[in-house]
Each structure stands twice: as C-alpha cells, then as structure tokens.
Design a protein around this ligand. Structure first.
Ligand SMILES: CC(C)(COP(=O)(O)OP(=O)(O)OC[C@H]1O[C@@H](n2cnc3c(N)ncnc32)[C@H](O)[C@@H]1OP(=O)(O)O)[C@@H](O)C(=O)NCCC(=O)NCCS
Length: 156
C-alpha cells in the first residue's frame, strides 16, 4: 500500500503464477506483447520477483528482477531488470514505492546488495535510482548499486 493522489490508493503486490493472465493483458504497461507461457514460468520461479502496482483494479506499474547467487558469500544479489509506470501515473511516487518495496524484500531475503543498469541519459530513471539510495562510482556510470546491510537486532 502506498501514497498517491487525493482519495487514491496504490497497492504494490508480488505477482505469482495465477497473476500471469492479468499481467499479459495489461498491455499499456509494456513496450510489446508478453508471452503467456513464458510469463507463467517466470512467475512460478522463486528466483524472479515481479512487483505489480495497481490503482483500484488497474495495473499502473511494475518492477521485475532476479536473485543472483554468489560464490564468495552466501548472500545473493538482487538484479533489478526493468521498471515501468504508465505515463498517466508518473511523478506520483509509484516508481519510488516499487523500488522501496523491492529493497525491503531484498533485505528481508538477505541480499548483500541490489543493482540496476540504466542509460545515463534516462533522466527519470537516474533521478529515481538516486533518490531511492542507488549510488554510482562516477556520475556517468550506468550501474546503480544499493548496498543492503543487514539490520542488527537490539543495537542502536
Ligand atoms: C522511471 C520511471 C519508472 C519513474 O516512475 P515514477 O512513478 O514517475 O517515479 P516517481 O514518481 O517515484 O519519481 C521519483 C523521483 O524521480 C525523479 N523523476 C521521475 N521522473 C522524472 C522525470 N521525468 N524527470 C526528472 N526527474 C524525474 C524525481 O526526482 C521524482 O521525485 P519528485 O516527483 O518528488 O520530484 C518512469 O518514468 C517510467 O516508467 N519511465 C519509462 C520506463 C523507464 O525508463 N524505466 C527505467 C529503465 S528500465
């Protein structure tokens, strides 16, 4: 559940296999058509995360990514592969809510960090990733990293 315009509530949920048809039908969310079987398989695989933002019954945004296992640590990384918000719902905090939910889930799962690649010319994406805590090594870098330290219990 998250903020939105007056009287409107945006809900963020993790999609599962039974949501595949609904996602495939939400054509305005994606650049091109999705494949139903591929979407079902994607959603059934616990290594993949698909977050759906809805306003009422209308899907207005999504974020998807995957858990990547490592060999130097047992803590996985989370690769944010794609995020999109329909044009009519942009600049209302939906993208921020999707990224924040992804970070909370990744932290809970025990990820060491999350990362995302984008073009430095994508102003909206760069501003979104920076404002949610993503960091780059240089200003023109394409990779934004979110370090995810585990929160210690009982410590200040
Ligand atoms: C990037 C995208 C997901 C942002 O979604 P959004 O819901 O509009 O994001 P938010 O409303 O949470 O914006 C968060 C902050 O990002 C920045 N921002 C968002 N859109 C911006 C734009 N067009 N220009 C400049 N800054 C922008 C602002 O700082 C904004 O905070 P503010 O509105 O309080 O100033 C959306 O623009 C989109 O779907 N773009 C097309 C797909 C895409 O490029 N995806 C990323 C690559 S996969």
């Amino acid at each position: 559940m998250t903020k939105s315009g007056p009287g409107r509530t945006v809900r963020i949920t993790r999609a599962r296999r039974p949501d595949a048809e609904r996602i495939v039908a939400a054509r305005t969310l994606f650049d091109g058509p999705l494949d139903l079987d591929a979407t079902r398989r994607y959603l059934a695989d616990p290594r993949h995360v698909f977050l759906l933002a809805t306003e009422g019954r209308r899907p207005i945004g999504f974020l998807r990514g995957s858990l990547l296992r490592q060999i130097r640590t047992s803590r996985p990384q989370f690769f944010l592969y794609e995020i999109g918000v329909v044009p009519s719902a942009r600049r209302r905090g939906v993208g921020t809510a999707l990224v924040e939910r992804m970070l909370a889930d990744a932290r809970r799962i025990g990820c060491e960090e999350a990362f995302v690649l984008t073009s430095p010319t994508n102003r909206a994406a760069v501003a979104l990733y920076r404002s949610t805590g993503g960091r780059t090594e240089t200003p023109s870098d394409r990779m934004f990293v979110y370090p995810l330290r585990r929160r210690r219990r009982g410590r200040a």
